[in-house]
Design a protein around this ligand. Structure first.
Ligand code: PLP
Length: 372
């Protein structure tokens, strides 16, 4: 089945009780027990499971080609559960450029809990090989990375992880299963902030972990999901699933628009650098072209003149909105260094752009006037 069809049908059957074509939202926290004490429909309590969550998890597992999926209340809650499924004393290899919230989670919550970690530049898989230790249990990849759009070779790094005794997880939030399928490339787990392209309309927070196999690790993450309690509400699940139905069409348009915007900016005299893997000049272009189906809707630019010049561009846009987050229908621009705080290594001249579904000519005209 093609991914467009999976997005519209996986987990989304006609409601058996009423024939409703679009699934109802099961706003209930609890489910009736039969006189014999059993739960005939398989549900007990919504923290443990809810029909809307099952539909979303079934669809996400199908989209990524995984055995199962666990949905969470945010991308970071999903990341946290993966780390918590490890043990104190275990070692994680993480990228030097990644969503700063994941880095902060490792530094400020998981390291005091006892997790060891090393950050490396994953553009060269050798850096991962050199960082492997006997206690390395997880290699965390984010490609394209946030905000520098570094590209990591998933197949090469997964092979290195498996040569030790580590699982390989890919944060696939930016590429989405439409443009990158990490499990097919050898990864064991896929993480999503469903808040972004999967939800797609900047109106719901969510996260998910998709597992290549149902095993002791997936069971542990599911235990943390049900008993840690960072679960999405039935309405959250319904909204994300609704977003997924148009994912393929949105993501391809986001990527096409991003390519046009990147090409415009790449030759603009006030722009120092454009970070977009779709440009043939991008150092990760060849790997991205091999492992991705398109190059995503995110790009970053470095403006000549440093932070004040970057801030001025952000101040002058009229259609593009100054706001954090990404992956929604509307274009957003953000000065990342100031949002990431004092630990940030992001260049102060950098602006990150989530290229939306407005007409690309209007976005280019907006950037052109902001750069005047
Ligand atoms: N992963 C990536 C790549 C992200 O960009 C983000 C958020 O920006 C997250 C994870 C975290 O997601 P959430 O904000 O839903 O916790």
């Amino acid at each position: 089945m093609h991914i467009e069809t999976t997005a519209i049908h996986a987990g989304q059957e006609i409601d058996p009780a009423t024939g409703a074509v679009i699934p109802p939202i099961y706003l209930t926290t609890t489910f009736e027990r039969a006189p014999d004490g059993s739960f005939p429909h398989g549900y007990i309590y919504t923290r443990n499971g809810n029909p809307n969550r099952t539909m979303l998890e079934t669809c996400l597992a199908a989209l990524e080609g995984g055995a199962e999926c666990a949905a969470f209340g945010s991308g970071l809650a999903a990341a946290m559960s993966i780390f918590q499924a490890l043990r104190p004393g275990d070692h994680v290899i993480a990228p030097d450029d990644a969503y700063h919230g994941v880095t902060r989670l490792l530094r400020e919550i998981m390291a005091p809990w006892g997790l060891e970690y090393t950050r490396v530049d994953m553009r060269d898989p050798q850096h991962v090989r050199l960082a492997m230790r006997p206690n390395t249990r997880l290699v965390w990849i984010e490609t394209p990375s946030n905000p520098l759009l570094k590209i990591a070779d998933i197949a090469a790094i997964a092979t290195i992880a498996h040569a030790g005794s580590a699982r390989c997880v890919v944060d696939n939030t930016w590429a989405t299963p439409i443009q990158q399928r990490p499990l097919e490339l050898g990864a064991d787990l896929v993480l999503h902030a469903t808040t972004k392209y999967l939800g797609g309309h900047s109106d719901v927070l969510g996260g998910a972990v998709v597992f290549r196999a149902s095993d002791a690790f997936s069971e542990r993450v599911r235990f943390l999901q049900a008993n840690g309690g960072a679960v999405p509400s039935p309405f959250d699940c319904w909204l994300v699933l609704r977003g997924i139905q148009t994912l393929a069409y949105r993501v391809r348009a986001h990527a096409a628009h991003a390519m046009q915007v990147a090409r415009f900016l790449a030759v603009h005299p006030r722009i120092e650098r454009v970070h977009y893997p779709g440009l043939t000049t991008h150092p990760g272009h060849a790997v991205a072209a091999r492992q991705m189906h398109g190059f995503g809707g995110m790009l970053s630019i470095e403006v000549k003149g440093g932070e004040p010049a970057a801030m001025a561009v952000a101040a002058n846009v009229k259609i593009i909105t100054r706001a954090t987050s990404l992956g929604g229908i509307e274009s957003l621009i953000e000065h990342r260094a100031s949002v990431e705080g004092p630990e940030s290594s992001t260049p102060p001249s950098l602006l990150r752009i989530s290229v939306g579904l407005e007409h690309p000519d209007d976005l280019i005209a907006d950037l052109a006037q902001a750069l005047e």
